[in-house]
Design a protein around this ligand. Structure first.
Ligand SMILES: [Zn+2]
Length: 194
């Protein structure tokens, strides 16, 4: 589920749609959480090789470490990649704002954590753009991404968290171990497909 302060907007024919903030979303806010309505497509699901569904699944889903594809039921599936993203996947089943997001700003994500398993050309034009997503991105960048998440976690308990009520109790326990005791941080390396 995507943060309630967001909306879908058409950007261009080249990019397609994107998700934009309709309210100020401060650093440290959960912007996406895997809830119980997400469509989970296991590795052996015949739809993955069905030409009627394959392209849609590959375009709009991310892959979990166990190989399951997850396709968001809401506009979360339209969040675009940016090499200078403002939200990022964590090892805790949610994505977090790694800087303040202003109302009207596009929500952008780091697809390098989605286990795409193949190269993807990037249309983003930001300074430092990687031009292509590659399966090796996670190994090359995880330290930088973990540092951004830990910095955002400093604000986690100080900001409104409209999606926190969807967090599973066992995840909340794991998160609190880090937030309250500073131990057992779960790195984004854990998101890597096994
Ligand atoms: Zn880029």
């Amino acid at each position: 589920m995507i943060h309630p302060g967001t909306e879908l907007r058409f950007i261009s024919n080249e990019v397609g749609n994107g998700v934009f903030a309709t309210t100020f979303i401060p650093k440290g806010t959960i912007v996406y959480i895997k809830d119980k309505l997400e469509i989970v497509i296991p590795p052996d699901d015949p739809r993955r090789n069905d030409p009627l569904y394959k392209d849609v699944i590959e375009k709009y889903s991310y892959t979990e470490p166990n190989g399951n594809f997850v396709l968001s039921w809401d506009i979360g599936r339209y969040v675009n990649h940016c090499c200078n993203c403002n939200i990022i996947s964590t090892g805790y089943g949610f994505e977090i704002a790694i800087r303040d997001i202003q109302a009207g700003e596009e929500i952008t994500d780091e697809y390098g954590l989605f286990n795409s398993g193949w190269e993807i050309d990037l249309v983003c034009t930001k300074p430092g753009c990687r031009k292509k997503l590659q399966p090796s991105d996670l190994d090359l960048n995880y330290e930088k991404w973990d540092a951004a998440i830990k910095s955002a976690f400093d604000y986690f308990e100080k900001v409104d968290q409209p999606l926190l009520k969807y967090m599973e109790p066992e995840i909340k326990d794991k998160l609190n171990r880090f937030l309250k005791e500073g131990r057992d941080y779960i790195s984004v390396l854990e998101l890597k497909i096994k």
